[in-house]
Design a protein around this ligand. Structure first.
Ligand SMILES: C[S@@+](CC[C@H](N)C(=O)[O-])C[C@H]1O[C@@H](n2cnc3c(N)ncnc32)[C@H](O)[C@@H]1O
Length: 590
């Protein structure tokens, strides 16, 4: 650092001070050389040519907001089948814009974020700056990484402290994505990389290997706070419970340990004698001279240990231990009971016939039986999505899918809620390429909520649930630098629906030149557009009369100007639009 004091230039580095200008200049040259060297050094991690993305550049001059989707033939932006339930949200638009909005409205809200991005296979599967990225594009990897990096960075603040983010990916970019996620979330927060067998037969038209799998990368915001749930394989396991008694069906497992960590020297406290009554086959860990003594020793003399310590054995022996007498002695077995099965840790290979991609397509065909043209390429299997959600989320969490495509995640949330009585909610974001959002995502989710006729013409009951359909839009704030006042007023007028969403008060009940009011969930949110204090007092009075909790967003040029003045028993005051601008400045590194 260079300092001026008493007209003398000093330069300090960590440990040294220099007093003359010459010395200082020499040091600067040395430091510059050092910086150059460090920059040239190879580092471990992902290096790519940062390709500017127009969508991201646009956000330096425009603020993304949400508007309720316009009503039109076949589209009702608000779908309600259950009055008491929260609304799920569908956002149409580029997910960079949607994620930017969510950084203002839903910070720290999502327990689960799922993403199934275009895999960059080079088959015109995705567009970058309005052009399809072709197989022979020299920068196709850099473009893809820039595109994912831009979005990935916007997800971090959206996760709850114990939140989990899951990416689906195949071989083309699995390794780059993993390095990128290591960088954004930290290697230590990588909870697992699982292989999902989505095409058990393998793609036989491939040159050397027939691809049968893709990957699932799972990261936590903070591994210390995260947990991964168990997967229930009961249906598959059920056959293995071959025995039964008054308590339940069960299978047997030897009580003497074998394999790793099973020697007496490994776990000395699990080495103890068991006394057996030779007639009744009763057992005890307490010494009994009339009963036979059994120690955990293999036929070849190897000293092993029991599965439980003596105290646990005493507590559980009546319900859980089966004793068998053979010519050469006794054997003890643990009854592994079906009633105790709670599931098992997800393995690194996910292999169930239901996870096959064909189930994704057939689920869509069931719903869109009358118009198979609407079928969407590569939807995920709804069974796979349900299992992903059940290991990563709670029964009442918020789930975000920002490459929602045909809406499988929304469908899986509704199915799971129906199965276990849960109250999970979802936000789906997708663009409207080839009208997917309107004709597939919206249509699928609302049909599943309301019920539909399947391929055979049978009526399928609706699963219930509510949906609100928004579209992203941009407010031009370029003028902010020239006529900041005008741009701030403009943004305040247009941010209403986004603020209503932030406060979970979604229904607009009033809008005039002075204010806008939203209601929902027993609360109100008011946005006051002007500076006139008289009218503001009128609005405060109106909110006080409602007696329900209210949030009042007051237009102000800066921050915290009115907080104490207008906060009341039922009113919380917030500023607008500065906090919105701050979020955007931060995420766009302006
Ligand atoms: C691989 S698909 C997701 C499929 C989905 N998991 C399902 O089961 O239907 C990716 C989807 O993301 C959409 N998409 C691609 N880039 C996007 C972007 N920048 N913003 C929003 N959606 C995007 C594509 O249109 C496509 O529908």
């Amino acid at each position: 650092m260079v300092l001026w004091r008493d007209n003398i230039k000093y330069m300090t580095t960590e440990n040294e001070k220099v007093k003359t200008l010459d010395e200082a200049m020499k040091k600067i040259v040395e430091l510059q050389a050092e910086i150059k060297k460090v920059k040239k050094q190879k580092k471990y991690g992902l290096v790519w040519e940062d390709k500017k993305e127009q969508i991201v550049e646009d956000c330096k001059r425009n603020v993304p907001i949400l508007r309720l989707k316009e009503k039109k033939k076949g589209i009702e932006p608000v779908v309600t089948t259950e009055k008491t339930k929260d609304e799920n949200i569908l956002i149409e638009g580029d997910n960079y814009h949607a994620l930017s909005v969510l950084n203002y409205t839903h910070k720290g809200k999502f327990k689960v974020i799922y993403a199934d991005p275009p895999y960059n296979t080079g088959n015109k599967s995705w567009k970058y700056n309005n052009d399809y990225v072709e197989k022979d594009d020299a920068f196709k990897h850099s473009k893809w990484v820039s595109y994912i990096d831009n979005r990935l960075n916007l997800t971090k603040n959206l996760l709850t402290e114990d939140g989990i983010i899951i990416f689906a990916i195949d071989d083309y970019e699995a390794h780059t994505l993993r390095l990128l996620m290591d960088e954004v979330f930290g290697q230590d927060n990588r909870l697992g990389t699982a292989v999902v067998i989505h095409n058990p037969g393998g793609r036989q038209d491939e040159m050397f290997f027939a691809t049968a799998h893709e990957y699932m990368l799972v990261y936590a915001k903070d591994r210390e706070k995260a947990s991964v749930g168990l997967l229930n394989y009961f249906e598959e396991k059920n056959k293995s419970y071959q025995y039964s008694d008054d308590v339940s069906t069960y299978k047997l497992r030897e009580f003497r340990r074998s394999g790793a960590n099973s020697r007496r020297t490994d776990r000395p406290n699990l080495w103890y004698p068991i006394y057996v009554n030779s007639k009744t086959l009763e057992i005890s860990t307490f010494k009994n001279n009339k009963w036979d003594v059994v120690l955990p020793i293999d036929n070849d003399g190897t000293e092993r240990v029991w599965r439980w310590n003596a105290k646990t054995l005493e507590e559980k022996k009546d319900t859980y231990i089966n004793v068998k007498k053979y010519k050469d002695g006794y054997r003890f077995y643990v009854k592994e009971r079906s009633v105790d099965y709670k599931g098992e840790k997800p393995k690194t290979i996910w292999f169930r016939p239901e996870y096959s991609a064909v189930n994704g397509t057939s689920a869509l065909k069931e719903i869109f039986s009358e118009n198979l043209d609407k079928i969407f390429d590569f939807p995920k299997s709804p069974f796979l999505m349900q299992d992903i959600l059940s290991i990563s989320g709670d029964s009442d969490c918020w789930v975000l899918d920002f490459f929602a495509g045909s809406g499988t995640t929304g469908h899986a949330v509704l199915e799971l809620n129906k199965k276990d009585g849960g109250d999970r909610k979802f936000i789906l974001c997708t663009n409207n390429e080839n009208n997917i959002c309107e004709e597939v995502t919206y249509e699928r989710v609302t049909r599943v909520m309301k019920g539909y006729k399947n391929k055979k013409g049978e009526k399928v009951e609706g699963l219930g649930g509510n949906l609100r359909y928004y579209k992203t839009d941009l407010v031009d704030i370029e003028k902010l630098h020239r006529t900041p006042d005008h741009a701030k007023v403009k943004l305040t007028y247009q941010a209403g629906e986004m603020i209503g969403l932030r406060e979970n008060t979604l229904n607009e009940v009033e809008k005039n030149e002075w204010w806008q009011i939203f209601e929902g969930n027993g609360k109100s949110t008011a946005i006051y557009f002007k500076e006139d204090k008289e009218k503001l007092l009128e609005l405060v009075e109106l909110l006080e009369k409602k007696k329900t909790p209210a949030v009042l967003y007051i237009f102000s040029w800066g921050k915290n100007e009115y907080k104490s003045e207008y906060s009341g028993a039922n009113i919380r005051v917030e500023d607008i639009p500065e906090p919105i601008l701050e979020v955007y400045k931060e995420i766009n590194r302006l």
